[in-house]
Design a protein around this ligand. Sequence first.
Ligand code: FAD
Length: 439
Amino acid sequence: MGQSYNVAVIGAGTAGLVTARELQREGHRVTVFEKANQVGGTWLYDSLVESDLLGLDPNREIVHSSLYKSLRTNLPRQVMSFLDYPFVKRESGDTRPFPGHEEVLRFLQDFARDFGLMELIRFGHEVIRVELVDEVSHDWVVESRTRETESRWESKEEVFEAVVICNGKNTEPKVAEFPGRDTWPGLQMHSHNYRTPEQFENKIVVLIGNGPSATDILREISPLAKQVHLAFRGSDIKLINLKNYDNAWPHSPIECAHEDGKVVFQDGSIVEADVIIHCTGYKFHLPFLKSNGIVTVDDNRVGPLYKHIFPPSLAPWLSFVGLNYRALVFRVIELQAIWVAKVLSGKVKLPTQEAMAASVEEFYEQMEKAGWPKYHTHSLQNDEGEYASWLAAQSDIRPPKSWEEITFFSFVKGIFGHGENFRDTWDVDKWIQEIESSD
Ligand code: FAD
């Protein structure tokens, strides 16, 4: 057994649950703070939407999950499995290779129960402050609040030796900017607040974006809507074939919007629309972290972080699990959680603070040279395989050889190759079996 610390984990979504399990396995004492009353995070569907549908009002009551009711995974269950806990098909469940969101939630609930994590979680506890109060003893104050009545909150401060932040990255909307946005008279919302298609019946809708949310929503609303206009950067959309929709058209990004309801696109086309839905992704949001400016969020870069996890000058006492995207998220989260737990217990050593800081700087320079924008810092789309192998090696894990071939990028290629109904037309089980059998 290595060192054992008193560790706070913020969030009981996928990252928080896996982190809690790994910390516990390493003999740490773990308290998980979760503002909801259940585990699951993103996968806990909530029919409620926020009062400000664009998510611009900082005082709005936040709804955490961004799922729409009909959502099915865009990755198959095999890659949403954990190393020793596969996401298996249950006879009574949703056995499709790309299951509905309820099935993922059940998987995470089973995971929490089977690893005895429920006892570690303080439900209904929202963390409102994480602050280092003693650098020598690395004491962190975690202040959390619980709702006593509709308008009264009770708050409490506790001290921990280490904190792992797992608060998710798909809640705070990133919204498209264009002149006239704030005075345009129609309804605007972010896909974070989209649940079902009924309200778009007979409406002229502009969707901004061409990622999975935009294309899923287009597919769902076009049978009801009068017209759907998809505004996006670039020249092609690979996730949907608009020729299959007689009331949907592609456009370049929005140039501006007018008070008479007109939306003007950069290609010169104009529509008089009723609704604009921003399917434009999310921002990292760490309102509770008071780090004296050591860790900042700048143009969606959380940093400086060594390997997306440890701020060099606060390591290993502060860490982040689950910041990465455009990756097989469950797999990456598990490897990160294992590493964090082992670093804390002292079984795995970190480089010196200076070496970690230099590594972060080098990474930023590489990004700049490659012309990769800052806001893509935590996207792993170019180096997921290398990153996962590096993390696995740190913790002495030998992943199956198939991991080299089964990456987020290979799924994107498969999805593009199978068209918009890939969830039902792609025999992904066979594809995975073939790769695994050649291991
Ligand atoms: P979350 O699941 O967001 O969990 C964060 C938790 O922290 C929440 O429970 C929240 O309540 C809690 N929390 C936040 N702030 C506080 C606070 N201050 N105090 C206390 N608790 C707090 N991934 C896939 O692998 N496959 C898919 O098919 C897929 N589809 C997706 C579809 C959509 C529409 C979206 C938005 C995401 C999808 N993802 C998918 C990515 C998804 O984000 C991850 O699967 C995973 O849920 C991330 O887990 P997490 O724990 O990092 O964050």
